[in-house]
Design a protein around this ligand. Sequence first.
Ligand SMILES: C[S@@+](CC[C@H](N)C(=O)[O-])C[C@H]1O[C@@H](n2cnc3c(N)ncnc32)[C@H](O)[C@@H]1O
Length: 321
Amino acid sequence: MTTGSIAPDPPEAQHIPVLLEEVLAGLAIGPGMRIIDGTLGGGGHTAAMLAASAPDGRVLGLDADPAAVQRVTRRQAELVANGRLVIAGVNFVEIRATAIAYGFTAVDAILLDLGLSSFQLETPERGFSFSQDGPLDMRFDPTQGISAADIVNEWAEQDLADLLYQYGEEHRSRRIARYLVNSRPIATTGELAEAVSRAVGGRRGKRIHPATKTFQALRIAVNRELEHLQETLPDCLALLRPGGRLAVISFHSLEDRIVKQWMQQEARTYVPDPTHLYGGHERTATLELVTRKPVTASEAEAAVNPRSRSAKLRIAARAHA
Ligand SMILES: C[S@@+](CC[C@H](N)C(=O)[O-])C[C@H]1O[C@@H](n2cnc3c(N)ncnc32)[C@H](O)[C@@H]1O
């Protein structure tokens, strides 16, 4: 666990867990369960899952961000001390090896609440925010990999444009990429937000900041979010006991599509053969869908927790062999 130069929490920051009741009910959390929270964040879902699995349920909580690990370890010192909460500072792409190392196999439930926490967004030093200026970083784990500044300042214009288009679904990607290349060096989130705004002709009363999609694209690339999600889903399945449940909360269509397609594919009992009109083969489903459509936040929840507006929760259970 890294403890060195971790930025303190912004004084007003708090992270309200999204779709909390729906997660507890959907994962059917009850006493004595063994649970993995792959995205500990502020520890809100974990705290609720520990309460719902009392007196002896246990949670293994993972987070790539050393600040999240440190925060939850401090806040939940008692549960950590009595062994009900085990915390590991790793990327969830390592969920399988980590869970095996801590004896969390054949678990009852796994949660992945994707993306970033309010603490990360509201700590300017982490470089996720376009409303507060900070170094252009965006890494969940600031000790690993390349930062957003490396991409913005070093990638070829065409690659940058492709990135904004694919991961930001930004239709003005070429224009923005050209403008960014001509504005180099770009060192801070404020400079990036300003450059994107200028590239697309300013904000002009728009509700959404014009740099939103650019920031999303860079964050996804910096943290390899889509690759890690795709790699991790089969490992989650392997760690569940038959009947155990996996819940994934996603915040944009690219990650939701990955979850949806993977769950549907694993739940299939027949695979059509595209080369034959009536061809195909039977298969044993490895998952049963608990939610056929994604669960979304109520208006009441969205009013108090704007982050929940774009949340989509999908749940599936490991099939009984
Ligand atoms: C939306 S927050 C989770 C909030 C949490 N459910 C709560 O109630 O406080 C997402 C967290 O997951 C972490 N995270 C995102 N992708 C990750 C990954 N691939 N591996 C490990 N942690 C990840 C982020 O660092 C962040 O702290």
